[in-house]
Design a protein around this ligand. Structure first.
Ligand code: UD1
Length: 418
């Protein structure tokens, strides 16, 4: 049965929302549990579809996994299956993060190429090159990444680009390698810091978390731990954009506001009154937003995952914005759907130019990925009439209780089954 959202335009969103753990952290933390025999507990997990999918991936490797609300418990056996090619692998991007832990623990891994959002070319060359430096042979054969090593040894690794996934996989292999590994041009995302904190609790020796140089002194083995996932900064930012776009007043709890310093600064430039709190922030927008330019970059730059919201905000702002996408070119597909809603936007290569219009106009639109889907719902809130958003399973991969939260903030949104 297919379901879609019916979004009534015109609401001003007001109130408070609580944000739970980050999707892009929890799935990697679950993979990290493979590194230690015994029972690891992860708390503050979001109740989204990708978590049970990742649980299925871990079960196919021999783990016992229980999901109890926001708590995920993973019991990892002494002997792991090194073949990760179950059906669940193809359904999410983060499944590729079992590669590093499997090579670390089993010295060999066969990992089906991952699925996930269709946001552009997503090669694994940096993951493989890093593992090769650690002493593994790696090929892609029959739809799987294969990595095998006699034994892993420390190495100096320079990444071409601070890739989040490559940093995570190399890190999770290096923690059990013999000797010291230095990863230069490493990703600095808060989710990388989160995984480093968990690995340190497990007994890993890591220096430089949150900087572009990670130094890892390999250890013989790791112990299971209990860890609380950091709040989802992308979900938190989604609500911040929702406040700015609907001229609303939203308080967000459960996110470190420093993870969103640049985002909140951009919203201030757009005219929002932003207050930071210990565990969140409040965004109040009274007048029509002013246009602001956005450039996506690795953290601490403006996150590519927030690019659809930058476009949606620009579409209703006063003035013209230039949005530059440096990570995933196909994300600009979102603009085609925004044009259906009456946005005045065009792209040229890595750039999009968006001229703000007074009001968007409702239309049927199709979500192409998690963030694009949420962006279309926010745009629908600013459109005349009722906007139908299709392919909402994308949105539900990333936003726990999305409709419930929208309604709590005063939006009229229905889930319709067809
Ligand atoms: C993760 C996030 C995704 C986010 C992205 C960038 C998860 C599950 N997904 O994706 O939501 O948008 O970080 O913040 O955490 N690249 C290569 N070769 C590689 C690896 C990456 O060329 O081996 C390129 C990619 O094509 C892309 C750029 O590097 O242009 C960044 O990708 P990366 O940081 O690896 O993103 P993911 O880890 O896939």
């Amino acid at each position: 049965m297919s379901e879609h959202f019916r979004v009534q335009g015109g609401a001003r969103l007001v109130g408070e929302v609580a944000v739970v753990g980050a999707k892009n952290s929890v799935l990697k933390l679950m993979a990290a549990a493979l590194l230690a025999e015994g029972t690891t507990t992860i708390t503050n997990c979001p109740e989204i579809l990708d978590v049970p999918l990742m649980a299925d991936v871990l079960r196919s490797l021999g783990c016992e996994v229980t999901l109890d609300g926001s708590v995920v418990t993973i019991t990892t056996p002494k002997e792991l299956n090194h073949r990760a090619d179950s059906e669940a692998m193809g359904k999410l991007r983060a499944s590729v993060c079992v590669l590093g832990p499997l090579v670390g623990r089993c010295k060999r891994a066969v990992v089906a190429l991952p699925g996930g959002d269709a946001i552009g070319n997503r090669p694994l060359d940096m993951h493989q090159n890093g593992l090769r430096k650690l002493g593994a042979h790696s090929e892609i054969e029959h739809g799987c990444v294969i990595a095998e090593a006699e034994g892993l040894h420390g190495a100096q690794i320079w990444l071409d680009f601070p890739s989040v996934g490559a940093t995570e996989n190399i890190l999770m292999a290096a923690v059990l390698a013999n000797g010291t590994t230095v990863i230069d041009n490493a990703a600095r995302e808060p989710e990388i810091v989160d995984i480093c904190v968990m690995l340190q609790q497990m007994g890993a020796k890591i220096e430089g978390a949150g900087t572009s140089t990670l130094t890892v002194h390999g250890v013989e083995s790791l112990q299971p731990t209990e860890h609380r996932v950091i709040g989802d900064r992308i979900v938190g930012a989604t609500w911040a954009f929702a406040a700015a776009m609907t001229r609303g007043d939203i308080t967000v709890r459960g996110v470190d506001p420093h993870h969103l310093d640049l985002v909140l600064e951009k919203l201030r430039m757009a005219g929002a009154d932003v207050t930071t709190l210990d565990d969140g922030f409040r965004v109040v927008q009274t007048d029509r937003p002013r246009s602001v330019d956005f450039v996506t970059l690795p953290y601490p730059g403006f996150a590519t995952d927030l690019q659809p919201f930058a476009i949606a905000l620009s579409a209703v702002s006063d003035g013209t914005s230039m949005i530059t996408e440096n990570l995933f070119e196909a994300r600009f597909r979102f603009i085609e759907e925004m044009v259906r809603l009456g946005a005045d936007a065009r792209t040229d290569g890595h750039h999009a130019v968006v001229r703000g219009v007074d009001r968007l106009s409702s239309a049927p639109v199709w979500a192409s990925d998690i963030r694009a889907g949420a962006g279309l719902v926010l745009a629908g809130l600013c459109a005349d009439g009722v906007t139908e958003v299709y392919e909402i399973f994308h949105i539900e991969r990333g936003y726990p209780g999305f409709v419930e939260n929208l309604r709590k903030l005063g939006a009229t949104v229905e889930r319709v089954s067809a």
